[in-house]
Ligand binder design. Structure first.
Ligand code: KIV
Ligand code: ZN
Length: 515
C-alpha cells in the first residue's frame, strides 16, 4: 500500500491531552475538532472513551460533528475498551477503533506480566472484536521502539490477518534515532508477508527532540501515516509536531516526493487555538508557529528578504496562515463581521450562547483597545473557553497600588460559591500581591508551578495572555486569562486555575492504567 500521499493522523485531543494540565472540556474539544476538520486532517483521534464518562461523551460528540475526517477512539486490547470505543463512534460518518498492546520485553514483563504468546493472542482477539464493530481498525505495538524485531514481525502479521488495516509503530518513550527507526520500518515492510494489506504508521515521542526526524525517516522508508499533534503537544516532551511534519513534506517535496492533504493556511490559527485552550504557550522560536519563525532581526537578513524573499525564507509566512497583523475589526464592527473573521481564522462556536459570550467580550475589548488584530481575537476565544468553566470562585473587585520604593498592596473581593470575601495583602510585586490575596481567601493549598505572560500583539495596548499552572495532590491544571491589564489577566488566570482544580478529572490513563 505505497502511495505518494502521507495520511495525517492528529492525536492532539488524545495524546496531546495526556500532557499534564492539558485537559480539555467537551466544548473545547469540539472547537479543536472543527478546526482540524477545516484544515483537512485525515484522521482525528478524539480520545480514549473508556477513560471516563466525560471522555466517552467527547468522543461521541466529535464523532457526531465531524463529517469530512475519520474520527478515531483509542482502546486497550480489552473487550470493555473496544466495546466502549465502538459505542462512542456510532454517530461517526467514518470511524476508526485504534487498539494497542505493549510489545517490548520490559513492558510485557513488568507492566502486562504476560508471556509474548499471550500478547499475540490478546492482540488478535482485540483486532477481531474491533472489526466486528467497525471496518477501520488500527493496531499499535506500544513501545515498538524498544521491541524485538522478530516479535514485531510475528504480532503485526497476526494483527493484519485478524483484520487490522493500519499498523502503527510507536516510539512510545522517544528512544529511537532517525536512521535506525527508518531501518526498522523498512525491515518490517520487507519481512512481513502481508505488509501490503495495511498502511504502516508511526507515532513518535519527542524525549530526545527527534520525533519529527524519526517520523520523516520512517516515511522515507515507506510509512504512509504519521501520528502527530498541534504544537507537538503530548505526553512528557510531546509528540511529533503536525505543523513541522506537514511543512517539511511540503517544502521538501522536491526530495521526498510526497504530499499531504492538509490546508496549511490554517496552521497558525489552530496552533493559537490549541495553545489558548490548553494554556501551553508556544515558544517564540518554535518552527512554523513560533512568533519569531518568520521574523528577521539581522540587517543582512532583512535586506535579503526585502530584495528577494527566498534569500532567507524557505516557505512563506502566508502559506501557514501568518497574517500581516493587520487591523481587522474595531469598536464599530458588528456581529456579522466578527463572526465572519472568526470563521476565516478557523474558529467556529458550537452554540449561540458561546458566540454571544465571545461577542460581548469583543465589544468590551474594543472599548479599551481601538485596533483589534487577529491575535486579539484568538486570545479572546481562549478567554471565552476559560469563562465556560463553572465559576465557584469569581473575581468581584480588585485594586492594586504599586508605587516606586513601596511594597505593592492588593485589595481584592472574591465571590466563593456566591459569598463575597474581601482581603488586603502586600506582595513582592503587584502580581504576587494579588495571588497572595486570592490565596488568603481560597486557601487552596495548591502550588504555583508556572506563571507566564505573553503579549499578544506589538503595541503597549496589547492584550496580555497569562498562564497559571497549579498543582495539588498530583493534579496539574493550567488556568488562562487575557486582558489589556496584565494584573487583571493574572487574576483571571489564577482564578480559572482554581476553578479547574475543583472540576472532576477522574479518568484512566490509557498506558498506565491496570489491564
Ligand atoms: O505512545 C504510544 O505508544 C501511544 C499509543 C497508545 C499509540 O500513545
Ligand atoms: Zn503516544
Amino acid at each position: 500500500m505505497n502511495s505518494d500521499r502521507v495520511i495525517i493522523f492528529d492525536t492532539t485531543l488524545r495524546d496531546g491531552e495526556q500532557s499534564p494540565g492539558a485537559s480539555m472540556t467537551r466544548e473545547e474539544k469540539l472547537r479543536i475538532a472543527r478546526a482540524l476538520e477545516m484544515m483537512k486532517v485525515d484522521i482525528i483521534e478524539a480520545g480514549f472513551p473508556i477513560a471516563s464518562p466525560g471522555d466517552f461523551d467527547s468522543v461521541k460528540a466529535v464523532a457526531g460533528l465531524v463529517k469530512n475526517s475519520t474520527v478515531c477512539g483509542l482502546a486497550r486490547a480489552l473487550d470493555a475498551d473496544i466495546d466502549r470505543a465502538g459505542e462512542a463512534l456510532q454517530p461517526a460518518a467514518s470511524g476508526r477503533i485504534h487498539t494497542f498492546i505493549a510489545t517490548s520485553p520490559i513492558h510485557m514483563e513488568h507492566k502486562l506480566r504476560m508471556q509474548p504468546e499471550q500478547v499475540i493472542e490478546q492482540a488478535v482477539h482485540a483486532v477481531k472484536r474491533a472489526r466486528n464493530l467497525i471496518d477501520d481498525v488500527e493496531f499499535s505495538c506500544e513501545d515498538a521502539g524498544r521491541s524485538d524485531i522478530d516479535f514485531l514481525c510475528r504480532i503485526i502479521e497476526a494483527a493484519i490477518d485478524a483484520g487490522a488495516r493500519t499498523i502503527n509503530i510507536p516510539d512510545t518513550v522517544g528512544y529511537a534515532i532517525p536512521h535506525q527507526f527508518g531501518a526498522t520500518v523498512a525491515e518490517l515492510l520487507q519481512r512481513i508477508p502481508n505488509a501490503d494489506k495495511a498502511v504502516f504508521s508511526v507515532h513518535c515521542h519527542n524525549d530526545l527532540g527527534l520525533a519529527v526526524a524519526n517520523s520523516l525517516s520512517a516515511v522515507v522508508q515507506g510509512a504512509r501515516q504519521v501520528e502527530c499533534t498541534i504544537n507537538g503537544l503530548g505526553e512528557r516532551a510531546g509528540n511529533a509536531s503536525l505543523e513541522e511534519i506537514v511543512m517539511a513534506l511540503r517544502t521538501r517535496k522536491d526530495l521526498l516526493l510526497l504530499e499531504t492533504n492538509i490546508d496549511t493556511r490554517h496552521i497558525v490559527s489552530i496552533s493559537k487555538l490549541v495553545s489558548g485552550i490548553t494554556g501551553f504557550p508556544v515558544q517564540p522560536n518554535k518552527a512554523i508557529v513560533g512568533a519569531n519563525a518568520f521574523a528577521h532581526e539581522s540587517g543582512i537578513h532583512q535586506d535579503g528578504v526585502l530584495k528577494h524573499r527566498e534569500t532567507y525564507e524557505i516557505m512563506s509566512a502566508e502559506s501557514v496562515g501568518w497574517t500581516t497583523n493587520k487591523m481587522v475589526l474595531g469598536k464599530h464592527s458588528g456581529r456579522a463581521a466578527f463572526k465572519s473573521r472568526l470563521k476565516e481564522l478557523g474558529i467556529d462556536f458550537g452554540t449561540e450562547s458561546e458566540m454571544n459570550n465571545a461577542f460581548a467580550r469583543f465589544k468590551e475589548l474594543a472599548d479599551k483597545k481601538h485596533e483589534i488584530f487577529d491575535e486579539d481575537l484568538q486570545a479572546l476565544v481562549s478567554d471565552t473557553s476559560a469563562s465556560e468553566i463553572p465559576e465557584f470562585y469569581k473575581l468581584v473587585y480588585s485594586e492594586v497600588c504599586s508605587r516606586t520604593g513601596e511594597t505593592p498592596v492588593a485589595k481584592l473581593t472574591l465571590s466563593v460559591n456566591g459569598q463575597e470575601h474581601s482581603v488586603e495583602c502586600a506582595g513582592d510585586g503587584p502580581v504576587d500581591a494579588v495571588f497572595k490575596a486570592i490565596e488568603e481567601i481560597a486557601d487552596s493549598q495548591a502550588t504555583l508551578s508556572l506563571y507566564s505572560v505573553n503579549a499578544i500583539t506589538r503595541g503597549t495596548d496589547s492584550l496580555g495572555e497569562v498562564t497559571v499552572r497549579l498543582e495539588k495532590g498530583g493534579r496539574i491544571v493550567n488556568g488562562s486569562g487575557a486582558d489589556t491589564d496584565i494584573i487583571v489577566a493574572s487574576e483571571k488566570a489564577y482564578i480559572n486555575a482554581l476553578n479547574l482544580l475543583l472540576g472532576s478529572t477522574e479518568r484512566a490513563h490509557p498506558q498506565i492504567a491496570d489491564v
